[in-house]
Design a protein around this ligand. Structure first.
Ligand code: PMV
Length: 341
C-alpha cells in the first residue's frame, strides 16, 4: 500500500544547536517551535513491496544516491524493524519551497517520511514514537510531527525514547504569523549537522548558552500559554542571536546570515522603535532567511515595512499549522510499481 503524508516545517523560537549523542540524535538542550501551516510543505509517498528489487528514493524528482539515500533509510529501517518486514522501499518527496536554505526542509521532510513510512508498514504509532523516528533523520524534524506550539523535551534516557516532542498548545490557541523573507535561496555551505558538531567542540560561548537555556525555556512556555507577544518575540530574538553568536565563536567561524538578513534585523528594530512596542520579532535558522514573527493583527504593518528591504527574493506568509496530514491516493507521488508518478 502506498501511503502519502504532507508535513510542514517548524520554526524554533528556542533553538536546538548541538547534540549529546550523534548516533541517536539526542540534543544538548530542549527547544520550542511553532509548526507552520501548509503555505510551505513537503509531500512524501512511501511504498514497501516484495516486488521492489532495491531501496530507492526521489527528492524533488531527483534520484537520491549514496549518503543522501542512506540518511533517508535510517527511519525507514527502524520502521521495518518495528513492523517485522523485509520489503524494499520506494520513497518520493517534494517540497514547494527551497531545499536546505534555512526553511527547515529536513524537518518537514523527515516528519512526512516518519508518518508515511510507519503508515505504509501498517504501524499505528503515537506522537512520541513518530517524533523519535523523525528525530533519527533530522533532530528538528521531531517537532514537526505535531501541530501548534511544540516543545522538544531533551530527555534523560540513554536510549533516547523520552527525547521527543510534546504539544504546548494547539494551532487554534493563538494566531501568530511567520513571514519568511527569503534572503538567499541557494543551498547552505555548512550543513547544520557538521556546523553544530564543530560549535559544541570549539565555542567557548556555548557553555554560557547552555546555562541560560533552562530558565529561557520555562519563561517562553509560560509566555506562549498566556499569549504574551512581547515576551515571546523578545525571547525568540534573544535566542536566535545567542545561537548565531556561538556559530560565530566556532573555530573556524560559521556565518549563515548575510547583508540582506542584517537589513531585515535593522528594519524590525526600526519598526519596533517607531511603534513603541515589539510589533515584530525575528529568528534565523542555519541559513540567511529571516523569519519575521508577528500577531495576525500586525501582519499588514510588518509586510508594508519590510517590503522596502532590497534583496529579498520572495516572501512566504505562513500561519500556524495543525501538523502532518494523510493525503488521498490520488495525491500521491508514486506509481504502484514504485516509480515517481
Ligand atoms: O535541521 P537539523 O535537525 O539538522 O537542525 C537545525 C537546527 C536549527 O534549525 C538551526 C534550529 C532548530 O531548532 O530548528
Amino acid at each position: 500500500m502506498i501511503s502519502t503524508f504532507e508535513a510542514t516545517p517548524n520554526i524554533a523560537l528556542i533553538k536546538y544547536w548541538g547534540k549529546r549523542d550523534s548516533r541517536l540524535m539526542l540534543p544538548q538542550n530542549g527547544s520550542i517551535s511553532i509548526t507552520l501551516d501548509n503555505s510551505v510543505r513537503t509531500v512524501t509517498s512511501v511504498l514497501f513491496s516484495g516486488r521492489l528489487k532495491a531501496d530507492a528514493a526521489w527528492i524533488n524528482g531527483k534520484k537520491a544516491e549514496g549518503k543522501e539515500l542512506q540518511r533517508l533509510l535510517v527511519p525507514v529501517d527502524l520502521v521495518r524493524e518495528k513492523a517485522g518486514i523485509k520489503d524494499r522501499v520506494a520513497i518520493a518527496s517534494e517540497n514547494n519551497f527551497p531545499t536546505a536554505a534555512g526553511i527547515a526542509s529536513s524537518a518537514s521532510g523527515f516528519a512526512a517520511l516518519a508518518c508515511a513510512a510507519s503508515d505504509a508498514a501498517g504501524l499505528k504509532l503515537g506522537a512520541a514514537e513518530l517524533s523519535v523516528l523523525a528525530r533519527m533523520g533530522s533532530g528538528s524534524a521531531c517537532r514537526s510531527v505535531l501541530g501548534g506550539f511544540v516543545e522538544w523535551k531533551k530527555g534523560e534516557r540513554g536510549d533516547g525514547a523520552d527525547s521527543a516532542a510534546e504539544q504546548i498548545a494547539p494551532a487554534s490557541h493563538w494566531g501568530l504569523c511567520d513571514l519568511i523573507a527569503v534572503c538567499e535561496s541557494r543551498e547552505k555551505k555548512v550543513s547544520s549537522r557538521a556546523g553544530m558538531e564543530q560549535t559544541v567542540k570549539t565555542s567557548g560561548l556555548y557553555a554560557k548558552r547552555m546555562a541560560d537555556l533552562p530558565a529561557r525555556i520555562a519563561k517562553l512556555r509560560q509566555a506562549i500559554l498566556i499569549k504574551d507577544s512581547q515576551t515571546v518575540f523578545s525571547i525568540a530574538m534573544e535566542d536566535s542571536m545567542s545561537m548565531h553568536a556561538t556559530m560565530l565563536d566556532t573555530k573556524p567561524p560559521i556565518m549563515y546570515l548575510n547583508d540582506v538578513s542584517r537589513e531585515a534585523i535593522y528594519a524590525v528594530n526600526e519598526l519596533n522603535e517607531g511603534e513603541g512596542r515589539l510589533a515584530c520579532g525575528y529568528t534565523f535558522d542555519a541559513g540567511p532567511n529571516a523569519h519575521l514573527l508577528c500577531e495576525e493583527k500586525d501582519i499588514g504593518l510588518v509586510k508594508k515595512h519590510v517590503s522596502r528591504i532590497e534583496g529579498i527574493e520572495k516572501f512566504y506568509d505562513c500561519g500556524i499549522g495543525d501538523g502532518p496530514k494523510k493525503l488521498k491516493e490520488g495525491e500521491g507521488l508514486l506509481t504502484e510499481d514504485g516509480k515517481p508518478s
